[in-house]
Design a protein around this ligand. Structure first.
Ligand SMILES: [Zn+2]
Length: 267
């Protein structure tokens, strides 16, 4: 059974400085392997890092409208029944993304703030300025805010598909994104720059290689990378290869829509 200090040691191995603003992704698959479970894992994270962001995504706020832009991978008008089950986004709405257990405990920790994006909200401790920078029209505003500030990203037993910052790089590179809609306390809002598919994001590991810190927690790989380095590497990659970081599933609707869009732009 792992202890508090094992998680702290892993974070030390990843060269995370206490004062570095850090976006943390922690997999719930670690929970049964650590004495004290999620509380211990979160305690070790909070005991190692002062300024933290974690995702708190809420997909059940999403609704399907009757009409919208073309090439958006939505069956407009198909949500008349499912829309009735959608939840209104409030700061108290529990997250519902896969693997949200540790983030959910963080959400209830004292002094934790939450950004206001109805689908892609982030939780923050000591990073209110970053949270305010994320808006409905700019879902990557907090990433942009953290550029040039020695920010780090940590993946604790998480796959690189969790790297939301790579969707920011896709936006910067001009890659096609999508439009979705979500219910807020001010009614239904259009949410532009909805990201494509992250299942090819592990391909960035090869590009980062020596600049990425790696360790393991009971066989599960853990990584840390500087946000600035991740962004500069991914943006450069996407500028030389517009098809980079797409997934290899030939039936992936989103990646195929992006490929079509690239071919149209090239043509
Ligand atoms: Zn895909």
């Amino acid at each position: 059974m792992l202890q508090y200090r094992d998680i702290k040691t892993a974070l030390q191995d990843l060269c995370i400085e206490r004062s570095d603003p850090t976006i943390v992704y922690a997999s719930s698959q670690l929970i049964p392997q650590v004495r004290g479970g999620a509380q211990t894992i979160l305690g070790a994270i909070l005991g190692s890092i002062d300024n933290i962001l974690m995702p708190s995504f809420t997909y059940r706020t999403m609704v399907i409208p009757e009409f919208g832009p073309p090439d958006n991978l939505i069956n407009y008008g198909s949500g008349r029944i499912s829309n009735l089950d959608a939840a209104i986004f409030t700061p108290e709405l529990p997250a519902d993304f896969a693997d949200s257990q540790i983030s959910e405990i963080f959400r209830n920790y004292p002094d934790v703030s939450r950004s206001a994006h109805p689908i892609f909200s982030f939780l923050g401790l000591g990073l209110d300025s970053a949270l305010i920078s994320q808006t409905i029209s700019d879902p990557y505003g907090h990433i942009r805010f953290l550029q040039g500030k020695d920010a780090k990203i940590v993946l604790l037993a998480k796959d690189p598909s969790a790297l939301f910052s790579l969707h920011f790089c896709e936006q910067v590179s001009g890659r096609k994104q999508f439009v979705r809609w979500a219910i807020t306390q001010d009614g239904i809002k259009e949410c532009p720059h909805f990201p494509g598919c992250p299942r090819g994001f592990h391909k960035i590991l090869y590009q980062l290689d020596a600049d990425m810190k790696k360790t393991q927690i009971v066989g599960d790989p853990c990584y840390s990378v500087s946000l600035d380095h991740l962004v500069s590497t991914a943006v450069a990659l996407l500028s030389t290869d517009p098809y980079a970081l797409l997934c290899n599933d030939l039936h992936c609707e989103k990646c195929n829509a992006i490929r079509r869009d690239i071919r149209q732009k090239v043509g």
